[in-house]
Write a protein that binds this ligand. Sequence first.
Ligand code: PHE
Length: 339
Amino acid sequence: MSLDKLKRIYKKAEQDLTKLKDLAQLNNVKAHYLGKQGLLKDFLKDLSKLSNDEKKIFGKEVNAIKNSLEEKFQNKKSDLETKLEAAKLASEKIDITLPGKKNRPGSLHPLSIVENEIVNALKSLGFSVASGPEIESDYYNFEALNFPKNHPARDMQDTFFVDEQTVLRTHTSPVQVRCMEKNDPPLRIIVPGRVYRNDADATHSPVFHQVEGLCVDADINFGDLKGTLEAFIKMIFGSSVKTRFRPSFFPFTEPSAELDIMGKNGWMEILGCGMVDPNVFRAVIEKRQESCSESPYDPEKISGFAFGLGVERVAMLLHGIDDLRAFYENDTRFISQFG
Ligand code: PHE
């Protein structure tokens, strides 16, 4: 052990200090010189072997070097910390001139909006909302609605069968029968709901939406049907809308008609309607197990009209949309235009 050696260590430490790049390196190097098992400690251990005079000189030197190094490491540490902080600030800089991210609130689907408009218009005319199952028995979907056993609508091509006696309802009309079985006339109901048909192109979807209407009372006639539907259609499309009733056929109405509206591509059918066929009342009577003469649905004493409206058709006409598949793709660029 010599003063020379001590000076060399000090020099080496000073050199090492200049090369330090981060705090981890600094801690390692500092421990190497000043730590519990560091080079300076080794010197102090050997101090006891020296004479008192030598101890004085040596001890002083070692301490001076120790203090100096400690100060230098401390300064270096502050240096590194300042640089680190500056680098961090530079990398986390926020450009406050960039445009912010907008919150885009959701909105009702265009079909829901149109369905709500339809339902609200009909409510204002005195109808109240009813509902029924989407998985329906053959009886309510066809039989009670006076479909003959071999009617083409029962064909596999149109109807999704769950089993031989069960279908996905092809229209909301079965709810007419279900409501009449449970409620006495006068009856004024509407039924918004999903229906299913095995059909798909630009104007047909295998799942679509209808709003059924049924009005039953004494002395309801075709004039009531026309007046009600015309008033309703004007509420939806405005008073200058061009409409026409076309004679048609449905097994559960007689006479029957279809209502067309003039759109940008010509006439478009939007609803079927007619006077409730007496056979539908008879099916209700039979189910309620009442004799024909006492039943509140005796076709000799009451009459009614019914209609079924396609929600997609109305929405297409209202918004000038040619392809109804746009309603189901849920491209937000399309659906956000309606909210
Ligand atoms: N249910 C018929 C359809 O889906 C529409 C309709 C309802 C016709 C009520 C007459 C009366 O096409």
